[in-house]
Design a protein around this ligand. Structure first.
Ligand code: PAF
Length: 277
């Protein structure tokens, strides 16, 4: 992958990159289209499919994370993707099985809150694998989804701090007709949970309405939203936070332009969503 990337670079060909964990849905495909838009017909679009073990905690869903490589390849072929990069664990983490892999990339500020509280080792795995993929694919531009808002912020910070010569694009969240944000994990929801999962989207809408003409205390709004979530009895709130979209610092007064993010469990399935209010 790296030697091919070097060849394209020497020929002045732009490389657009979309890292994924596969089991692609329309949200991923919109990121791929964005990458193509950025590099044009003459550019190369690379999509990686790699379920990265270091971003899963031992208690999480690594083994049963959904996979369907043949379907993914077909979808990407239809979109005219040039390269699908599907490395294995032995290539990405050489020597890990023998305890001989020991280098990680850690972002120390933006990754601490929200997802970082619920999943303390998650972002170290994400920044490490994305840094490695950037070194392998050598992209000029890489596209990430707004659905993982904190991930995009952490990656942008890593790119700035570590001088990666990559432009990061964050593309809008795609939603199902009923508002549920597209995610590979939606597949885990059973027929009782699935209709109730729209509560995340409705909570974002409710908060948006609440701050449309005035600011509201974050504490007050959190209490109201917890009450709001009881409309979905199968939902268990992990967190709801209001924060500055740049610094990710929590705010005490919520107003237009404040970022809101929440994570909600349905059984063992954990869904996240966010919006700029
Ligand atoms: O967003 C994802 O699917 C993953 O976190 C990423 C960026 C592909 C790294 O494994």
């Amino acid at each position: 992958m790296q030697s091919r990337a070097h060849t394209w670079k020497r020929a002045g060909i732009k490389i657009g990159f979309v890292p994924t964990m596969g089991f692609l849905h329309a949200g991923h495909l919109s990121l791929v289209k964005e990458a193509r838009k950025c590099v044009g017909k003459k550019g190369i679009v690379v999509v990686s499919i790699y379920v990265n073990p270091t971003q899963f905690a031992p208690t999480e869903d690594l083994a049963k994370y959904p996979r369907d490589l043949q379907r993914d390849l077909q979808l990407l072929r239809e979109l005219g993707v040039d390269i699908v990069f599907t490395p294995g664990d032995a290539e990405m983490y050489p020597g890990k099985a023998q305890n001989r892999y020991s280098t990680y990339v850690v972002e120390e500020t933006l990754s601490r809150s929200m997802e970082g509280v619920s999943r303390p080792t998650h972002f170290r795995g994400v920044t490490t694998v994305v840094a490695k993929l950037f070194n392998l694919v050598q992209p000029d531009v890489a596209v990430f989804g707004q659905k993982d808002f904190q991930q995009a912020a952490v990656i942008k910070r890593m790119v700035a701090d570590m001088n990666f010569p990559v432009r990061i694009i964050v593309a809008p969240t795609l939603r199902e007709r009923d508002g549920l944000a597209m995610s590979s994990r939606n597949k885990y929801l059973d027929t009782d949970q699935r209709p109730q999962a729209t509560i995340l989207f409705h909570a974002l809408q409710a908060a948006r309405a609440a701050v449309k003409t005035k600011s509201v205390s974050a504490t007050r709004l959190k209490v109201d939203l917890k009450e709001f979530l009881t409309a979905a009895p199968l939902a268990r709130l992990d967190y709801v936070e209001f924060f500055d979209p740049e610094t990710l610092e929590p705010v005490t007064q919520v107003k237009r332009g404040t970022q809101m993010a929440l994570a909600v469990y349905f059984g063992k399935t954990r869904l996240i969503d966010n919006v700029t209010l």
